[in-house]
Design a protein around this ligand. Structure first.
Ligand SMILES: [Zn+2]
Length: 310
């Protein structure tokens, strides 16, 4: 039987027909009606109907950034789409007449990696999605861990610096303010402001505002400021992973998300620092840190598989 996975992003809704091996047989895209969050359910229904034509579809899994309740029906709060207590599952079910499961997008990605990607063969996983912020998913004993209210694994919001940088969540010093793509850019801008002489290459490339792409390109060309920012990000990432290892003791970490495309600039240092700061080091196995394998389609593949196992 086939299921359809849908990934609701801030700019596009990506959907695909997925088989039991995690293969995408057909896919489709729609722009997200970001200024009309009440119309997202219609957009999802529309894309699902298009994909379902002529096929037997068992269920639909929908991944969305935000806090999804423990019944996997209601998006309590979504930072990108201004949803508050959005009954997404009910709305979509009414429009398409198929069983629907709603899941946090980072949980869906983690599940896809666990089943079909970098997590295969390991039952205890922590998946960290490093993009503009940090998302997380935890698999314990082969099961996705959601917490009591469905809101577990918001790893980006562990406080790593008391009274630290202000986070979008309203707290201070969250991990994603130090180890994400946004943090990388912010760190770079600070170095450039204080020591422009270290950023000659970067300033030549950026010609105005510094964004993630320029930081990555400058680092590849050996720019000192960009490399220093990557090193800082790598160390913060490693420290957070070490804290997670202290709590969860996973066999493997999976690092994905947009920033992992520049993994050659930070992953070795992350592994090295992780080994140095891990509690009990020298007296325990050191969890592997691997890169995600499924790329941007992980969210929809995971949502589709979770719908299959609803
Ligand atoms: Zn936060």
């Amino acid at each position: 039987m086939l299921t359809i996975g849908v990934d609701i992003g801030g700019t596009k809704v990506a959907a695909g027909v997925v088989d039991e091996n995690g293969a995408i047989l057909e896919n489709a895209l729609r722009p997200t009606p970001a200024d009309r969050p009440d119309l997202v359910a219609e957009t999802v229904a529309d894309v699902v109907k298009e994909l379902a034509r002529g096929k037997e579809i068992e269920a639909v899994g929908v991944g969305a950034a935000g806090f999804v309740d423990e019944t996997r029906s209601i998006v309590r709060f979504a930072p990108n789409l201004a949803w508050r207590e959005e009954p997404l599952q009910k709305k979509i079910t009414e429009l398409i007449g198929l069983p629907v499961v709603v899941e946090n997008d980072a949980n869906a990605m983690a599940w896809a990696e666990a089943r079909f990607g970098a997590g295969r063969g390991e039952s205890h996983l922590v998946c960290v999605t490093v993009g503009t912020g940090i998302g997380g998913g935890i698999v314990i004993d082969g099961h996705l861990y959601r917490g009591r209210w469905g809101m577990g694994a918001e790893l980006g919001h562990m406080q790593v610096v008391p009274e630290g940088r202000l986070c979008g969540c309203g707290n201070l010093g969250c991990w994603e303010q130090y180890a994400s793509g946004n943090a990388l850019v912010r760190e770079t801008r600070e170095i450039v402001a204080n020591q422009p002489e270290r950023a000659a290459t970067l300033l030549g490339l950026a010609g105005g505002t510094i964004e993630g792409e320029e930081v990555t390109e400058a680092a590849r060309q050996g720019d000192e400021a960009a490399l220093a920012a990557f090193a800082a990000m790598a160390d913060w990432l490693a420290q957070g992973l070490a804290d997670l290892a202290a709590i969860l003791d996973p066999g493997r970490f999976i690092v994905g998300g947009g920033v992992s495309r520049a993994a050659d600039l930070f992953i070795d240092r992350t592994r090295e620092t992780f080994g140095r700061v891990l509690t009990g080091r020298g007296h325990r196995p050191v969890a592997e840190i691997r890169l995600a394998e499924l790329g941007a389609s992980a969210g929809l593949v995971g949502a589709a598989d979770l719908a299959r196992r609803r």
